[in-house]
Design a protein around this ligand. Structure first.
Ligand SMILES: NC(=O)c1ccc[n+]([C@@H]2O[C@H](COP(=O)([O-])OP(=O)(O)OC[C@H]3O[C@@H](n4cnc5c(N)ncnc54)[C@H](OP(=O)(O)O)[C@@H]3O)[C@@H](O)[C@H]2O)c1
Length: 322
């Protein structure tokens, strides 16, 4: 097992994913973290990122910092999504190499796969066809991150590799309707409609047809998978087995309308739900093939109902603090 006193830098530790990884690693007994909030270190800035690595020299680096958002944000702020993400990952990966990091794990997402790739999505389908238009800039940046890790391994022998989580949810998720993903957006909408906190809202509108199929993984399970892989896999194993990254998911999907029904029940909302067919659906189905990570010996442990309940409890706690 990776020693408990290794110096670990979790980029993006205030975000949903980074905070879950930090929580998990602390719980496991790791005690030598280096963290910087965005206001302390803007990872888009190459000089500042270089200086930070020169001074701190982290031994393990986990790249969970990124500009992240839902369909609307991705489609509207296309330049920011490609520029910020390319800069963040290039700056971190290059600085980690120059300062001798022992291991780096880069987090991408399932949108890197072609829009109409066969389902479930196998790791090998990367770069086999065209991407979904709405989040293409984000996906191109994430693919560049995978290729940076792979190229630094091939040229310099760096122990850098990538993982591709499916849609995640959990504590610290973004519940702001202008930028959130579908699951937290539904929690907020049902919660507000139930409590009528928004003037005049007594029915819930859901974007799209409700038909797309999506997979969801509780973020604490992702943190568990990262810890598992960090100990089990080196870059050499990954690239020698002919892949550039590993999928992390639960291997099951659900339609958006069934997801909405689940959340509706958990939140306790009993009134009308309507589907806004003028809003985009995105890809019809997105399910990761998780055969490889299962074969390595990792499986998720939180089912969707329990994960949504825990997330809603966290959301309620934040509302109470306001
Ligand atoms: N959420 C998902 O469903 C999902 C699914 C698959 C993969 N992932 C991947 O997981 C990673 C993290 O996602 P997340 O959901 O945790 O996002 P998040 O909650 O928005 O967190 C992103 C983190 O990155 C930081 N950050 C953004 N821009 C930065 C900058 N210029 N300099 C320094 N820090 C910066 C943010 O800091 P501030 O809080 O100060 O902005 C925050 O700590 C991403 O790579 C994403 O692709 C997420």
């Amino acid at each position: 097992m990776i020693e408990l006193d290794k110096k670990i830098y979790i980029a993006g530790h205030t975000g949903m994913v980074g905070s879950a990884i930090l929580r998990k690693f602390k719980w496991l007994g790791y005690n030598n973290f280096v963290t910087r909030s965005r206001s302390e270190l803007d990872l888009v800035n190459q000089n500042d990122t270089d200086n930070f690595f020169k001074i701190e020299k982290p031994e393990i680096v986990i790249v969970a910092a990124a500009k992240v958002g839902g369909i609307l944000a991705n489609n509207t702020y296309r330049a920011e999504f490609i520029y910020d993400n390319l800069m963040i990952e290039a700056n971190i990966i290059n600085a980690a190499y120059k300062n001798g990091a022992e291991k780096l794990i880069f987090l991408g997402s399932s949108c890197i796969y072609p829009k109409l790739a066969p389902q479930p999505l196998k790791e090998e389908y990367l770069l086999t066809n065209t991407l979904e238009h709405t989040n293409e800039p984000y996906a191109i940046a994430k693919i560049a991150g995978i290729k940076l890790c792979e190229s630094y391994f091939h040229q310099y022998g760096s122990n850098f590799y990538s993982v591709m989580p499916t849609n995640l949810y959990g504590p610290n998720d973004n519940f702001d309707l202008a930028a959130s993903h579908v699951l937290p957006a539904l929690i907020r909408k049902f919660h507000e409609a139930k409590n009528k906190t928004v003037e005049g809202k007594n029915r819930v509108e859901i974007w799209g047809s409700g038909k797309p199929m999506r997979e969801f993984l509780f973020v604490d399970d992702l943190a568990d998978a990262i810890f598992f892989l960090m100990n089990k896999i080196n870059a050499k194993d990954m690239y020698e087995s002919g892949i550039t990254h590993l999928n992390i998911g639960c291997g099951e999907d659900i339609s958006i309308s069934d997801l909405a029904d689940k959340i509706k029940k958990i939140v306790g909302y009993e009134e009308e739900v309507v589907y806004d067919h003028t809003k985009p659906d995105g890809a019809p189905k997105k399910l990761l093939d998780v055969t490889r990570i299962h074969q390595l010996g990792w499986k998720h442990t939180t089912n969707l109902d329990d994960g949504i309940k825990k997330t809603y409890e966290w959301f309620l706690e934040q509302e109470r603090k306001k």
